[in-house]
Design a protein around this ligand. Sequence first.
Ligand SMILES: CC(C)(COP(=O)(O)OP(=O)(O)OC[C@H]1O[C@@H](n2cnc3c(N)ncnc32)[C@H](O)[C@@H]1OP(=O)(O)O)[C@@H](O)C(=O)NCCC(=O)NCCS
Length: 190
Amino acid sequence: MRVLRRALRIFKREIESLLSERIAFLRAVRRSEGRIAWRAVVQVDRESTVLVGAGSRVGIGTVLAAQSDETGPASIRIGRRTYVGEYNNLRADGSEIAIGDHCLISQFVSLISSGHEFRDRSRLIEEQGIPEKKGIRIGDDVWIGAMVTVLPGISIGTGAVVGSGAVVTRDIPPYAIAVGNPARVVGERT
Ligand SMILES: CC(C)(COP(=O)(O)OP(=O)(O)OC[C@H]1O[C@@H](n2cnc3c(N)ncnc32)[C@H](O)[C@@H]1OP(=O)(O)O)[C@@H](O)C(=O)NCCC(=O)NCCS
């Protein structure tokens, strides 16, 4: 009997979480002119925003997480005719991820726009708050290769290309080609 009660509790919790995620998904779809795949995962609370511009697409398995935190609401804004492929991780808690028009965000890309303070070893990391450096801005016509990670506070200029596997720890200027971990500019589009 106890096992059954526990199973029911877990089932109820799972259904509630699935329902609230699907409601968030429908809210984002209703506000957006672009397409979000049914099998994308949208986690957005009532204060935060997910907007996908006209002609843009978000692929299956991509997580669009925009949750408020103690610093304020979150937003993910994707411009027009931008492709966000499969299994990407866009995480804008308490901050903003802004992606321009005509961008290509490949697969397994992580755009992580906030983090944790951690320097004080006498306190738990989870209790130390959120660093000032946050948000991610990506210009127009940017191509981000597969498995790239972009860290909080970073801007990637219009027309830039980021090679697959790069970890972007500094701003990338417009039309630059950047590769590696940490990402370094190795060229420029002519
Ligand atoms: C960055 C990129 C666009 C460069 O393409 P390219 O100009 O044709 O580059 P090349 O293959 O001529 O390589 C030039 C140099 O950069 C290096 N390089 C290329 N891509 C690299 C990467 N992702 N990371 C590290 N180094 C890289 C090469 O080793 C080569 O170095 P070398 O001159 O010392 O030999 C490409 O390599 C890339 O990463 N594409 C992303 C593909 C992808 O993710 N597609 C997803 C589907 S949309």
